[in-house]
Design a protein around this ligand. Structure first.
Ligand SMILES: NC(=O)c1ccc[n+]([C@@H]2O[C@H](COP(=O)([O-])OP(=O)(O)OC[C@H]3O[C@@H](n4cnc5c(N)ncnc54)[C@H](O)[C@@H]3O)[C@@H](O)[C@H]2O)c1
Length: 255
């Protein structure tokens, strides 16, 4: 089940948190993994950790906000293998604010990474998937792409856009048997969330409140999101496209 043997995979933002866990999980299922990461040191660290486990991995310094950088990364993969079977668009950034405190520049900065980044990286890889008539793209949205999160206007706007983009891509390329899905995590314990928590006056209380906001009363683990990425990337999900897989510990179920 869920074998990715001989598949070529690329994961953006693979130098930390959820992306790092996804890169490891894809490798453990047999994929050769490219880590497309803005942070050169962290990308190289994860590639080296995968190689230590006898997995095949390489890091390519990539800024998903730059079309040229994404095209160069895709070219490197396609030149080496002639294909990329799996693309996980995981890189994303956060922002705190309401409509009154979020500026147009804030929104531009968030869209550049969280929305345009998905399109920038997908385009060159998708073109080759369509030509080969197979492939799986997994986009990292958020529970904030399905329901509103207080004080996260720009973040939610970008993640709702990722859900929309996922559904449109799925519909447009279903005829080519290219599948496009997204994952909507709840609160997962990663450096992204730890950083946010550390900014609260009482970080311990903030952590406990965050965990308690999910029906299962705990934070998610990056590996729990990675398992969903493995499933969506695998042939076991051959009949799944355009879906949003909520993995949020019940955060969106209601109170
Ligand atoms: N952690 C959570 O609770 C949570 C919940 C819902 C959704 N998400 C989403 O999951 C994804 C990963 O989140 P995380 O918590 O692991 O974050 P993280 O900050 O721990 O890791 C994100 C990685 O992306 C990289 N990155 C950022 N901008 C980039 C760019 N322009 N180009 C290439 N790489 C870039 C960073 O260097 C970092 O290595 C994000 O899209 C985030 O919105 C996270």
């Amino acid at each position: 089940m869920f074998s990715l043997k001989d598949k070529v995979a690329a994961v953006t933002g693979a130098g930390s948190g959820i992306g790092e866990a996804i890169a490891h999980a894809l490798s453990r299922r047999g994929a050769m993994v490219y880590l497309l990461e803005r942070n050169e040191v962290e990308g190289a660290r994860v590639a080296s950790a995968i190689q230590t486990e006898r997995g095949a991995a390489a890091s390519i310094v990539t800024d998903v906000a730059s079309t040229a950088s994404c095209e160069a990364a895709a070219k490197q993969i396609l030149d080496a293998h002639g294909r990329c079977d799996i693309l996980v668009n995981n890189a994303g950034i956060g922002h705190v604010g309401t409509a009154l405190t979020t500026t147009a520049d804030d929104l531009d900065r968030m869209y550049a990474v969280n929305v345009k980044g998905v399109l920038n990286m997908s385009k060159p890889i998708l073109a080759s998937m369509v030509a080969r008539r197979c492939g799986s793209i997994v986009n990292m949205a958020s529970v904030g792409g399905v329901v509103a999160i207080k004080d996260r206007l720009a973040y939610c706007a970008t993640k709702f856009a990722v859900v929309g983009l996922t559904k449109c891509m799925a519909l447009d390329h279903a005829d080519s048997t290219v599948r496009v899905n997204c994952i909507c995590p709840g609160r997962v314990e990663t450096p992204f969330v730890q950083q946010r928590i550390s900014e609260y006056p009482d970080p311990k209380k903030a952590y406990e409140e965050m965990a308690a906001s999910q029906a299962l009363k705990r934070m998610g683990k990056p590996e729990e999101i990675a398992a969903a990425a493995v499933y969506l990337a695998s042939d076991e999900a051959a009949f799944v496209t355009g879906s949003c897989l909520l993995i949020d510990g019940g955060l969106s179920v209601g109170k």
